[in-house]
Design a protein around this ligand. Structure first.
Ligand code: ADP
Ligand code: MG
Length: 366
């Protein structure tokens, strides 16, 4: 089921200060996809989710789920949460500690006064789906973090919602379990074929889980795209920086040819993808990700995007080293293979393919 959000605004007043938690958000969340709202803490993700669910009332705008308007200021429509056909998984799971697994999952059905046999069937189906069949009588307090998360998922699914919404559901799990659960969740959601709206501040979670990602900043959506597009070729400097590690080099567009443009920077000319069709003379930044920079001890031949610099630091991070190379005033962070024989202080060459770096307009506030 598609969700359409039009001109959604939600203001808070706190200590005499106006906070625009949502600032005229326009957004279409496509049906039957995993759609993620990604952004730093405080950018309005939870507020947007709670408005869709109906736990929060916006100030302006409209929310349409499928072909039903569930909230509209202008038309004076408010459909209460329980009639919106949605399931939600909260950050804290909100599992009832005094209930066992069965009672927790059955809760959305028993509050609707559904017949006992039907409840039993539906709970069994939901628990089987999250692979917790056999856990019915287990007290909620005797579950691991990962199991609690799955109980919360089963409870969100038990009433067969049209849309399921998640607010940072993995943030209470430790790193290893988070990775496993992320894969599991992707598997569950893909199998379900329902619309999933997923909120997180974790870029890796967003990239790994989503069909589409919307990046939010200060109450607004700044960019929407599939994970690869926003990672490899974002049109926004904030997004490029937020979604992955980025080397950003500022300069001015010198010339364009086909897919590429050349940017004049303090360390010389650099060629990169120019998907934004930035015109010659405009201020721009080049973004190159650490994993696309090759490092060599010896000077490499002539060509685009080759620089000589000094290895300022080399830090072991397990699967690789992270190297900082200074070229003039510019510092490049690169991923360095653990097999390479170099040491801090060495002169090195770096190079990167013009197809693996991209040009961005420079934001007015930077
Ligand atoms: P996120 O989920 O992205 O971290 P939120 O949607 O929770 O962000 O909050 C967005 C902004 O609105 C923040 O500045 C937050 O402090 C503010 N805010 C959220 N809820 C309230 C509230 N009930 N009263 C006052 N300010 C709030
Ligand atoms: Mg939040």
């Amino acid at each position: 089921m598609e969700i359409k959000i039009k001109g959604l605004t939600r203001n808070y007043f706190s200590d005499g200060r106006l906070i625009k938690a949502l600032d005229r958000v326009d957004l279409t969340i496509p049906a039957n996809q995993i759609f993620t709202l990604l952004g730093p803490s405080g950018c309005g993700k939870t507020t947007l989710l709670r408005c869709i669910v109906g736990l929060e009332s916006p100030d302006e705008g409209e929310i349409v789920i499928g072909d039903e308007i569930v909230w509209s200021r202008e038309k004076n429509i408010f459909v209460p949460p329980e009639n919106r056909g949605l399931g939600m998984v909260f950050q804290t799971y909100a599992i009832w500690p005094h209930m066992n697994v069965f009672e927790n999952v059955a809760y959305p059905l028993t509050t609707r006064k559904m017949a006992k046999d039907e409840v039993r069937l539906k709970v069994a189906k939901a628990l089987k789906f999250v692979q917790l069949d056999g856990f019915e009588k287990r007290p909620a307090t005797k579950l691991s973090g990962g199991q609690q998360q799955r109980v919360a998922l089963a409870r969100a699914l038990v009433a067969e919602p049209k849309v399921i919404l998640f607010d940072e559901p993995l943030s209470n799990l430790d790193a290893k379990l988070r990775e496993e659960t992320r894969k599991e969740l992707r598997h569950f959601l893909t199998e379900l074929q329902i619309t999933a709206v997923y909120v997180t501040h974790d870029r890796i979670e967003a990239l790994a889980l989503s069909d589409q990602v919307a990046i939010m900043r200060a109450g607004r959506i700044v960019e929407i795209g599939d994970p690869k597009r926003v990672y490899f070729n974002s049109g926004n400097q904030f997004v490029a920086d937020f979604i992955g590690r980025a080397n950003l080099i500022k300069g001015r567009i010198a010339s364009q040819d086909g897919l590429h443009a050349v940017i004049d920077t303090d360390i010389g000319a650099i060629r990169g993808l120019n998907s934004q069709k930035l015109a010659s003379g405009t201020s721009a930044a080049l973004c190159v990700r650490p994993e696309f920079i090759s490092l060599a001890e010896k000077p490499v031949g002539e060509g685009d995007n080759i620089f000589r610099g000094k290895l300022e630091s080399l830090v072991f991070i397990g699967e690789a080293y992270e190297g900082d190379i200074r070229v003039g005033e510019q510092l490049f962070t690169t991923t360095v293979s653990p097999t390479i024989q170099i040491a801090e202080g060495d002169e090195v060459s770096i190079s990167f393919n013009p197809d693996h770096c991209f040009l961005l307009p420079v934001a007015e506030d930077s």
